[in-house]
Design a binder for this molecule. Sequence first.
Ligand code: NAG
Ligand code: NAG
Ligand code: NAG
Ligand code: NAG
Ligand code: NAG
Ligand code: NAG
Ligand code: NAG
Length: 582
Amino acid sequence: MRSFRFGRGGGGGGGFKEWVLLFLLLLSAFSRSGASSFGHARKMLLREKVREMFYHAYDKYMAHAFPHDELKPLTNTYTDSLSELGNLNLEHLPQYYNGSALTLIESLSSLVVLGNYTEFERGVLWLSHNLTFDVDARINLFECNIRVLGGLVSAHIVAADNKSRLADGLYKNQLLNLAEDLGRRFLPAFETPTGLPYAWINLKYGVMENETTETSTSGCGSLILEMGALSRLTGDSRYEAAAVRALRKLWSMRSSLNLLGTTLDVVTGEWIEYSSGIGAGVDSFYEYLMKAYILFGSDEFWDMFHSAYIAVQKYFRHGPWYHDADMRNGKATYWQLTSLQAFWPGLQTLVGDVAAANLSHREFFNVWEKFGVLPERYLLDHDMLHPTEKYYPLRPELAESTFYLYQATKDPWYLEVGEAIIGSLNHYTRVDGGFASIKDVSTMQLEDHQHSFFLSETCKYLYLLYDNSFLADKNYIFTTEGHPLPVRSWWQERLPESHILSNWTFGKGGNQATHVSALSSQICPETIFRESVGSQHESACHVPDVHPSHRCRSHNECGIDSTTCRQRTCSMAGYCGLWLFV
Ligand SMILES: *[C@@H]1O[C@H](CO)[C@@H](O)[C@H](O)[C@H]1NC(C)=O
Ligand SMILES: *[C@@H]1O[C@H](CO)[C@@H](O)[C@H](O)[C@H]1NC(C)=O
Ligand SMILES: *[C@@H]1O[C@H](CO)[C@@H](O)[C@H](O)[C@H]1NC(C)=O
Ligand SMILES: *[C@@H]1O[C@H](CO)[C@@H](O)[C@H](O)[C@H]1NC(C)=O
Ligand SMILES: *[C@@H]1O[C@H](CO)[C@@H](O)[C@H](O)[C@H]1NC(C)=O
Ligand SMILES: *[C@@H]1O[C@H](CO)[C@@H](O)[C@H](O)[C@H]1NC(C)=O
Ligand SMILES: *[C@@H]1O[C@H](CO)[C@@H](O)[C@H](O)[C@H]1NC(C)=O
């Protein structure tokens, strides 16, 4: 059942990008003609329902758990879970760690999406005064990067961009300073012979003695968005360079089939687990290649993504399902559906492969309907639940894919899917004290834990499904934790190769100026153009979009980007951007 488009495997190239463009053209024609049978009033009702859910989760966290990390909604208490994330055996837990307000950090970008700037500002100020990373806690680099660094960087961009009270007076880059402090604490993890980072680091003391050298593909291959954004914002290229170097090393370890394994050793650079799929341990690696291409515009990321995507379609896909396979020979290993895989249709929508996305999304939704929520793992070959992984920890992936598919197609059916998800969440997981995870989907027994991603992702994607006005004046990509980063043309300059030497070491940090983009050696014409329309600084190639709002219905309503001098394209959401240029 493999699609002929990907049939020739590895070599190929060229045709794919052209196909994407053609697809987007067809899509924009298609989405304009679709008339909605889902009334405005019903949309607004659901939007308000999601808003109420977010505040229920948020207010209970603030009342019973803040400034600890996460809420325990059944007992109205808290857990300092940052050091527990990814720590399956709960080893080396800190004695004196009192939390980092994790759920508040994760909520900031959602408060913005909901338009609650008052509460956003309160959170920003609290963090500015009270948050410190100088704590004796061993944390998972991947988790801390996507949740804490991503949350801070994303909120900083909003705070700094905004001409409100926050920007004019009280906000002086405090969140960026915190993010930079955290980023510096990450760097020692990358000091390995391979450049692949350790999975664990102690925020105060660095890499611990006898630390495990085992990590996962997503653990070292999905740092580029947050660390790249940090470099672009601070002008200190070390964060992006570290992430790029790790990504290149990881990519060099792929098999001749362009497949990667799931776990590896950061010191020897050898694979430990050769079997992999698109779910746990690998998922965001694929996601970040594509999103890094959108955010930073480098063809290197596109080329990696393109080869990796074709290999996934060739070796993992079976009809609408994706199984795992051995990277060495492409033979199927495990026939399992995992709830994390449900993000894949969202990623496929971003690349323009909407038909395949639609097909898989429908299967995931069927499973959701069968159980009421998505079980963590389902054995496709035995058509049964995995004996131990029967939980549903309020994961966002199905809502996320539903949001992307609705944006791309405007098919009102996806709004009904969202309604069903909202219904299940309220029915099965809502308790007086917040929203609780489900321990076992066959009994719907609850577990005393409200994960921070319920606020940063699940609620956000559901809200955006019914009201995307947040996306109205900018193109954004969402990190794997749901934190929005704006697509800015001046971030699309290449990092000089000299910053990514293979023998590169982490010196003192050097003399980089902070809070300017030192990577932009050239003036960014677009910023100036925005601030003083008609100024003399406009670059020669710049052609503005037809509509000042950057709204578009086809590519020819988009102009030429001033920094890259490339034709801007009309994104699936109907805005001129640099999503996919040919
Ligand atoms: C954490 O809280 C406990 C109890 O309030 C306190 O004794 C301890 O000093 C705190 N630890 C840190 C690192 O602040
Ligand atoms: C913002 O959030 C706070 C805390 O939940 C709430 O009290 C307030 O009513 C919210 N404001 C708006 C405009 O929704
Ligand atoms: C910092 O935390 C303390 C204790 O929770 C609180 O009293 C203070 O108001 C906080 N600072 C800000 C600016 O919110
Ligand atoms: C800035 O904040 C105001 C509220 O103070 C809000 O209405 C506006 O949309 C925000 N602008 C941006 C760009 O986030
Ligand atoms: C590290 O491992 C060595 C050799 O196994 C052992 O002697 C030492 O005590 C360990 N150090 C720590 C801090 O666990
Ligand atoms: C998605 O699949 C359904 C069922 O096969 C079909 O009716 C619908 O038109 C498809 N939508 C898109 C956008 O491909
Ligand atoms: C690092 O590599 C560069 C070029 O690959 C070389 O010029 C430089 O001398 C090397 N530095 C060290 C300290 O080995």
